[in-house]
Design a protein around this ligand. Structure first.
Ligand code: FE2
Ligand code: FE2
Length: 280
C-alpha cells in the first residue's frame, strides 16, 4: 500500500501497486471523494487490509463515509468492503444490483444497505451529483463508472488503466510511448474481446466519453495524470481493437512468473508438450 495523495480537487487516491513479474506493476486505486456526504470508490486489496484502512483513515474519518460506490465486484475492488462497512456504520453500498447479489455470496452484508444503481442514474451526495456512466472497456458486466458533475472528474473503473514498468504518482511523467504501450497492454488483457468490436460503434462509444468533457480521468488502474489531456487518452483507446489481442501465459510461462514472485532464481521457460483437446 502506498501513501495517499490528492488526485483531483476534493479527491484523494488510496494507491497500491500490484507487482506483475516480467512487466512491472498494475496500479490499483480506490478513491475518496470529499463531498458533503463523503464517498469511497472501491475498497482496495484484501492482502493489504491494514495498510488500506490506515491509508483511508489518514484522509478521512471512516465513520463519516456516507456512500461506498463499488464500481464492480472484482477482487481488486472489493478487498476490504466488509471491514469498511464495520467502520462506516452510516454508509450505503452503491453498485449494480447484480454485483451486490454476487458479492453477497462472499459477504452477506452486501444486501443489507444497498442502493442499486445503473447507467444514467444520479446519486446526490449533498453538494454535488454523481452520474453513473458506462466506461468504454471493462472486464465485468456489472461495471458502473461515475462522473462528478460538479467537477467533471470521470472515474473510469478499469478503462484507461495501464501496466507500468514502475510505480509512479503521476502518469504524466511516464514517457508518452511507454504510457501508450502500457495502456494498450492493459486494455487488451482486461478486455480481451476488444478486437471483435465494430470499429464504428466503438468509435461512437468513445465519442460519448468525449462529449462528457471530463476535466480529468481517474482510472482504477492508472496513477493520476495531471496535465495529460483527455484527448490523448482517447486516442490511445481508439487503437485497442486493432492491437494484438492478449494471450494467457502458458503453464511454463506462469511457472516462470511464480518463481520470480517467490524471489527464487527464475528458470528459463521450458517448452511444454501440447495438450490434446477433445471436442464433442
Ligand atoms: Fe475489473
Ligand atoms: Fe480492476
Amino acid at each position: 500500500m502506498d501513501t495517499p495523495y490528492q488526485a483531483a480537487a476534493g479527491v484523494h487516491v488510496l494507491p497500491s501497486n500490484l507487482p506483475i513479474p516480467g512487466v512491472g506493476v498494475l496500479p490499483i486505486n480506490a478513491y475518496v471523494i470529499h463531498a458533503e456526504q463523503p464517498v469511497l470508490v472501491d475498497t482496495g486489496l484484501a492482502m493489504e487490509s491494514e495498510g488500506f484502512l490506515d491509508a483511508l483513515a489518514s484522509v478521512i474519518d471512516p465513520a463519516s463515509i456516507r456512500w461506498v460506490w463499488l464500481t464492480h465486484d472484482d477482487a481488486d475492488h472489493t478487498g476490504n468492503i466488509a471491514r469498511v462497512f464495520e467502520l462506516a456504520p452510516h454508509a450505503t453500498l452503491v453498485t449494480h444490483g447484480f454485483a451486490a447479489l454476487r458479492l453477497s455470496s462472499v459477504w452477506p452484508g452486501a444486501l443489507d444497505r444497498v442502493r442499486a444503481i445503473r447507467v444514467g442514474d444520479r446519486l446526490h451526495v449533498g453538494d454535488r451529483t454523481l452520474r453513473a456512466v458506462a466506461p468504454p472497456l471493462y472486464d465485468n458486466p456489472m461495471t458502473t463508472g461515475l462522473l462528478d458533475e460538479a467537477t467533471g472528474t470521470l472515474f473510469s473503473v478499469d478503462s484507461f488503466g495501464a501496466l507500468l514498468s514502475e510505480a509512479t504518482r503521476d502518469a504524466g511523467e511516464v514517457p508518452a510511448d511507454a504510457l501508450a504501450e502500457g495502456m494498450l497492454a492493459w486494455a487488451t488483457a482486461d478486455s480481451p474481446w476488444a478486437h471483435i468490436l465494430d470499429r464504428q460503434r466503438y468509435g461512437a462509444v468513445l465519442e460519448g466519453i468525449r462529449r462528457l468533457e471530463p476535466t480529468s480521468i481517474l482510472s482504477s488502474h492508472l496513477p493520476a495524470a495531471d496535465g495529460v489531456p483527455t484527448e490523448r487518452f482517447l486516442r490511445i483507446l481508439e487503437r485497442v481493437p486493432d492491437a494484438e489481442p492478449a494471450i494467457a501465459p502458458s503453464e511454463a510461462e506462469f511457472a516462470h512468473m511464480l518463481a520470480t514472485i517467490h524471489g527464487g532464481q527464475a528458470p528459463e521457460p521450458t517448452p511444454v508438450a501440447p495438450v490434446a483437446h477433445h471436442v464433442g
